[in-house]
Write a protein that binds this ligand. Structure first.
Ligand code: MEV
Length: 438
């Protein structure tokens, strides 16, 4: 059977499934069962999913967990996290509890500007282009009035439009570099619609501008698109406490803990190999909340990693220091998030997650997400610099190993209790399970 098909999107769902399983699978019935068991019995919900994207053949589930006990600026939250990695929610919960007794997390939104660009080619004199831009700047704003009316009413809109000369990097290349305030919306549609209107005005008005030579009337628009790099849409999350308060019942002293912790952060600041993994740990927390609240985690990932390299080398997003006996640990993250629009009003679990968080504004969500990132980073560094990461990680991974061996519930209960005081490794679990089954 040919593996190439045309008109696939026009097929009904069952026709799509039939074609797929019969074309690509040695056991079509088994493959069909896998797809069909994840289709929702609630038709309305399934239709919603079918309409999110093209060619839906099933649903891809991730666990939705909750990390309670987060104290942020004096308010408590239970944070929803959608993630598959065993130890993430447990680590977040542990960090939340740790800081609950030490004043909680403090956060501050530093800025909320978003950026979009019209990229275009102009083959002419730069000064005359600047004169042209000056002459149409008011019109650029005016031509988007219909698009921006609602946003303006709520206090947002277009903040500024700049002409940028990029001809040093690429011949004839210029940009309209535009800044926006999109309030509680992530704003991608709003920004892109405004940009496309700017592009039209920019191209059309050039045809009539008296100050141009014949050739200069023709501006070539390459593309108009928002930027997911948002270094001016930044939030800070922070924890601090006297070094002595870091001491727990057992284990290392507060000073020892703090000093090693700061060393670990400093290594991530200066060593890109470590920085990537360090930041990955931060993104464990960030992405899980971003996903649970229906935001675009790819946009967040791209923007955050660009920010981590903003000074010319990839570096840690978080920082730590000890000053006058006080330990401080903080992260600055560029987060363009929305709590209205997109999936936020559509996906039932997203609605649930937002309500769980007290229907936050976008600014509030930025703060919660940054806290989840910092908490995750704290938990990872705490394990790494004390017991090592594997102890906690493998404890959480135990269930995955047991499931691989198709352990029964009874076996799981017995082995969970056995491995409370024994190191979990794949082979140790296999052996313990064999002993049990013998
Ligand atoms: C694992 O998902 C994340 C960590 O590797 C982060 C880190 O090393 O800081 C534990």
């Amino acid at each position: 059977m040919s593996k190439i098909i045309s008109g696939f999107s026009k097929y009904s769902k069952s026709e799509k499934i039939n074609w797929l399983v019969n074309t690509y699978f040695s056991n079509p019935d088994d493959a069909r069962v896998i797809l069909e068991q994840y289709l929702h019995s609630n038709e309305k919900l399934q239709q919603l999913h079918d309409e999110f994207i093209e060619n839906t053949v099933s649903n891809y589930f991730l666990p939705l967990g909750v990390a309670p006990n987060f104290l942020i600026n004096g308010k408590t939250y239970a944070i929803p996290m959608a993630i598959e990695e065993s130890s993430v929610v447990a680590a977040a919960s542990k960090a939340a509890k740790f800081w609950l007794d030490r004043g909680g997390f403090k956060t501050k939104v530093i800025s909320t500007k978003k950026i979009g660009q019209v990229h275009f080619m102009y083959r002419g004199n730069a000064q005359r282009l600047h004169a042209y831009f000056k002459s149409i700047k008011t019109q650029l704003f005016a031509d988007t009035d219909a698009l921006t009316a609602n946003m303006k009413k709520r206090g947002g809109g277009i903040l500024d439009i700049e002409l940028r000369d990029k001809t040093d990097a690429l011949a004839n290349y210029y940009q309209l570099h535009v800044t926006f305030e999109t309030l509680d919306a992530m704003g991608a549609n709003f920004i892109n619609s405004c940009l496309e209107q700017f592009a039209k005005t920019l191209k059309n008005e050039a045809l009539n501008f008296k100050g141009f030579t014949e050739e200069e009337h023709h501006i070539d628009i390459v593309m108009s698109i928002l930027s997911n790099y948002v270094p001016e849409c930044v939030v800070r999350a922070e924890v601090s406490c006297p070094v002595a308060d870091l001491q727990e019942k057992e284990g290392v002293s507060g000073v020892e803990f703090a000093e090693k912790f700061v060393q670990a952060v400093t290594i991530a600041e200066i060593e890109p190999y470590r920085a990537v993994t360090h930041n990955k740990g931060i993104m464990n927390g960030v992405d899980a909340v971003v996903l649970a609240t229906g935001n675009d985690f790819r946009a967040i990932e791209a923007g955050v990693h660009a920010y981590a390299a903003k000074d010319g080398a990839y570096s840690s997003l978080s920082h730590a220091k000890i000053e006058d006996g006080v330990f401080r640990f903080w992260v600055d993250l560029p987060l363009a998030l929305g709590t209205v629009g997109g999936l936020t009003g559509l996906h039932p679990l997203v609605k649930f997650a937002l309500e769980l968080l007290g229907k936050p504004s976008a600014k509030e969500l930025m703060q919660i997400v940054a806290v989840a990132g910092l908490a995750q980073n704290f938990a990872a560094l705490r394990s790494l610099t004390t017991t090592g990461i594997q102890q906690g990680h493998m404890k959480m991974h135990l269930m995955n190993i047991l499931n691989q061996f198709e352990a029964s519930n009874k076996e799981k209960t017995k082995l969970s209790s056995y491995f409370k005081d024994t190191t979990v490794t794949h082979s140790a679990v296999a052996e313990a399970l064999n002993d049990l089954r013998r």
